[in-house]
Design a protein around this ligand. Structure first.
Ligand SMILES: O=C(O)[C@H](O)COP(=O)(O)O
Ligand SMILES: [Mg+2]
Length: 399
């Protein structure tokens, strides 16, 4: 058995030493509490957390804590999180704590990881090494199933590889999943027969804990070719439950709505990196990690590290496709590709449906921006003989 190693950033309150603070975290998360206790028998100590290294960092410190793997119940993700990321965030003598990274030991990763991964998703979409282009149907809620499917057709025929529901669209009365899904798949079949291209549609099955697997099964039965889960609001284990459900053999697109409540404060909460590791081991084939040029707050160095956590060797688990989404448009594509590489899904909602000539042309403009970036041609030069891209750049500029 090997230990699980967690890295934390923390800032003690005035008068509290970093050694005391790190030890307080290790004790709280394992066998101790705020005071010594007579019931902490000798045989219990093998489960103690051990503080390894403390270094000054930013306005505080980082430390690593080794957790014996026996403290974890294999396969029980809620329990893993209670150990690694539980009470410690509220300790009043520590002003801020952030879980920065976790290295899991093999014995507590009984999961199979992504079924498809980057290669498997590429195979479905018929691409070799270019970035994928996706779109979120907008408006995020309100369209009826027929109009939603019409937008899906326009985006697909215009050139996107992936269409997805937005995070707030599930199975509301104005657009029931059972009506929307078959209509969209019909349109994607039409695109296939017209172009030979297989376009994926991530249908949002996010729902209550006792419903999500059933919803996944129904979506699979209705012909879905990809499922989408909002991992933070549904809970990490929702991804595992769907990924491990026998008879469902579909890639899972993982959205992270609400993550910024946990990840945004650079001193407190949980960084994206541990979230990336969890989603990958639980079976997410694609995960939103952020953009370089888009609308959401980001730190480029962290973002690259997060994408690495999805793609670097991790036992024998397949890599998860990182998704850059949120305020992207054709003028930002070259920046995304040069900073994040080609194994990336570039998604645009407003950046496609907001094109002055509509969704189809917007999708084409995004694809042109990708082609330019891959060929190493600047967007402005490429736009000279690609009017669709030109119109997009005229509206949104070049990032
Ligand atoms: O879910 C997402 O990623 C966002 O809806 C992206 O939408 P936008 O491209 O319009 O910002
Ligand atoms: Mg969204």
């Amino acid at each position: 058995m090997t230990d699980v190693i967690a890295t934390y950033y923390f800032r003690p309150r005035e008068g509290v030493t970093p050694e005391w603070a790190a030890q307080a975290i290790a004790e709280e998360q394992t066998t101790g509490t705020w005071t010594d206790i007579s019931t902490r028998q000798n045989y219990v100590h093998y489960l103690d957390g051990v503080v390894d290294e403390i270094h000054p960092s930013g306005g505080g410190y980082t430390c690593t804590i080794r957790y014996p793997s026996e403290i974890f119940e294999p396969g029980n993700i809620p329990q893993y999180l209670s150990v690694l990321a539980g009470n410690l965030f509220g300790l009043s003598r520590i002003a801020a704590v952030r879980l920065v990274d976790v290295e899991f030991s093999r014995d507590i990763v009984p999961f199979k990881g992504p079924k498809f991964g980057i290669e498997g998703v590429r195979k479905l979409a018929g691409t070799v090494d270019r970035p994928h282009v996706g779109t979120i149907i907008k408006p995020k809620v309100g369209l009826n199933p027929k109009d939603t499917a019409a937008v899906a057709y326009e985006a697909a025929i215009g050139g996107v590889d992936l269409i997805k529901d937005d995070e707030t669209l599930t199975d509301q009365a104005f657009c029931p999943l059972g009506e929307r899904l078959p209509l969209i798949m019909e349109q994607l079949d039409r695109v296939k027969s017209e172009t030979g291209r297989n376009v994926l549609y991530a249908v949002n099955i996010s729902s209550a804990g006792d419903k999500i697997v059933q919803r996944a099964r129904e979506a699979a039965r209705m012909g879905a070719n990809m499922l989408m889960i909002d991992v933070i609001v549904c809970g990490f284990d929702a991804v595992r439950a769907v990924a491990e459900e026998p008879g469902i053999n579909l890639p899972i697109h993982v959205h992270r709505t609400m993550h910024a409540a946990i990840t945004r404060n650079p001193e407190h909460g949980i960084a994206m990196r541990p979230i990336c590791r969890l989603v990958r081991m639980l079976g997410g084939d694609q995960l939103h990690t952020g953009t370089v040029s888009g609308k959401m707050e980001h730190d480029v160095t962290e973002l690259r590290g997060d994408n690495l956590a999805l793609t670097e060797p991790f036992f024998d688990l397949k890599p998860t496709f990182p998704v850059a989404s949120g305020g992207l448009h054709p003028g930002g594509v070259h920046k995304e590709v040069s900073m994040l590489g080609r194994d990336i899904i570039l998604q645009a909602g407003g950046g496609i449906h907001g094109h002055p000539d509509g969704t189809r042309v917007g999708a084409t403009a995004m694809r042109q921006a990708v082609d330019a970036a891959v060929a190493g041609i600047s967007p402005a030069t490429y736009a000279e003989d690609h009017p669709e891209l030109k119109r997009a750049l005229d509206k949104w500029g070049i990032a």
